[in-house]
Design a protein around this ligand. Sequence first.
Ligand SMILES: [Zn+2]
Length: 193
Amino acid sequence: MIMDGLGSNCTEDKELVSTWSKLVPLKVSVLAWRLWQNRIPTKDSLIKRGILEESQSFCPYFCGKEESEEHIFFECLIALVTWSEIIRWLNFSYVSHNSAMWSFLHFAGLCSGDIVMKERFSVIWFGYIWTMWRRGNEENFKSSEGHTEGNSVSYLEDIQLTSWKWLKSKVIGFNHALIQWNLNPKECLGWRS
Ligand SMILES: [Zn+2]
């Protein structure tokens, strides 16, 4: 891992967060901030704090692994598949996906535009972490309550819709229809590559 989170000497990273997260809801900035500091209340940390028992450590997707930050966002099959769908959607060949801060910086760095463009583009990354966190919690709730019905919206569709809503509500002039966003996100952002 190149960067695991925000150390006290990463002032530049902290500035990045506070500058770039203003297009997403506060709860999403908080999630990203905690993720970068390895302070997400996943089951492994709740077990360490005595809030959950060892027997409750399972990943909500029943892959057999323990639910941890790295697992939910970067290692579980659902995270890997969703991330590769995002890469395909954006027409990239590869985007690093091995730790929270590194994945964010690498993702934002792919945008060749100015800081405003990078900020808008990075909304997709925030959409990814928000969707993975929210849907993982939904899965946990379903299994604890014995529900079997699933959310029929795919993770990618969820991320596309979420990022589109945030951009539409915060960026003046972003008047694209969802279908346009889904078909050509770079064009909607005004990105000329
Ligand atoms: Zn898993």
